[in-house]
Design a protein around this ligand. Structure first.
Ligand code: SF4
Length: 331
């Protein structure tokens, strides 16, 4: 099972269940690679300072790691996963920052090197990026690996409202994501989108409307859901400390998920239900529980209420408030 996996819980499609089904019951583990990518929202191409919720301290230098360093990370990650988790198969996960923000040749060299390690036990490649850092050549490169691997492409949706994205200094619009999703309508890549709930100015109704927006795209296979949490080193941390704003309590967030999940298409695998950060970086909300206890709290409540993913699904939920008209492309 991967790090995000949980005991099977009734009511929604878990990532652990997906991995077991997909990979014949093998214990599959994600090995995270930090390839030293930078981000166009920090280096000035799109903006400076980054998204307001992003932790500057976690930002790696704008120097790609050497291929030897990539190899060492993966080899050590595989050894650790075997020893600590009895992992049998591996997904190589390019996670930090924007992992398609480099010339095509650099990307090809990095991915080829990563996938040349332990090929008999590597079953997948996962790449996290921004929707505005993809082009047809990079998409074709990623798709070329699907001939022998499961390839997941993760993109930040964060909010579906451009006014929110602008306040967050995201440096891209919801339409940027929609454009890429449309380009990937028939792609063999497994698409995953990240969302964050609880941005200032978004009502519960507006956040519930994310489900209908995600549902419009059958090519979306996975979601990672997060509650907004404030981390040290972010611009939002300064804003919050100057003028605190409401954040989800654990019970409020659980209640929100219990309303959200019935609206979400039932085939979508939920890789993550809540946000996590290192304890030493977390400013708020501090729910006082470790990850596994939070997971248990939420999944128990989902089960207790008899929540079923997709049971109230409707694509006709009105997107209200700050929705930018440009997002209303036909679905
Ligand atoms: S959240 Fe991602 S896109 Fe935004 S500044 Fe941080 S690394 Fe860049």
């Amino acid at each position: 099972m991967g790090q995000d996996s949980i005991p099977p819980a009734p009511g929604y499609r878990t990532y652990g269940g997906y991995l077991r089904e997909k990979f014949g019951g093998h214990r599959v583990f994600k090995v995270i690679v930090d390839a030293g990518f930078t981000c166009p929202n920090r280096d000035g191409k799109k903006g400076y300072g980054g998204c307001t919720y992003c932790n500057v301290d976690s930002f790696t230098p704008a120097l790609p790691r050497s291929l030897d360093a990539i190899r060492a990370q993966i080899e050590q990650g595989i050894v650790r996963a075997r020893e600590n988790y009895d992992a049998e198969k591996f997904i190589i996960y390019f996670q930090p920052n924007t992992n398609t923000y480099a010339p095509l040749a650099t990307l090809r060299a990095l991915f080829d090197e990563a996938l040349s390690i332990c090929p008999e036990d590597v079953v997948g490649l996962a790449v996290g990026t921004r929707p505005d850092c993809l082009d047809p050549e990079k998409i074709a490169l990623l798709e070329s690996y699907t001939r022998h691997l499961a390839v997941d492409l993760e993109m930040g949706m964060e909010s579906i409202y451009d006014e929110t994205l602008s306040q967050l200094n995201r440096g891209c619009t919801h339409q940027d994501l929609v454009t890429v999703l449309d380009q990937l309508a028939h792609s063999p890549l497994n698409l995953c989108v990240h969302t964050v709930f609880g941005f200032p100015g978004e009502t519960r109704e507006m956040m519930l409307a994310y489900a209908a927006e995600i549902n419009r795209f059958p090519q979306i296979a996975f979601v990672k859901l997060h509650h907004l949490h404030i981390v040290a080193g972010s611009i939002m941390a300064v804003q919050y400390q100057r003028q605190p704003f409401p954040l989800f309590s654990l019970d409020e967030y659980t209640d929100f998920l219990c309303a959200f999940l019935p609206l979400l298409r039932p085939d979508i695998v939920i890789q993550r239900l809540f946000g996590i950060s290192d304890w030493d970086l977390l400013i708020a909300p501090n729910w006082g529980l470790k990850k596994v206890r939070i997971q248990t709290h939420i999944t128990r409540e989902i089960a207790r209420r008899g929540i079923i993913q997709g049971s109230a699904q409707s694509c006709s939920i009105k997107r209200e408030g700050k929705m930018n008209k440009t997002t209303d492309s036909p679905g």
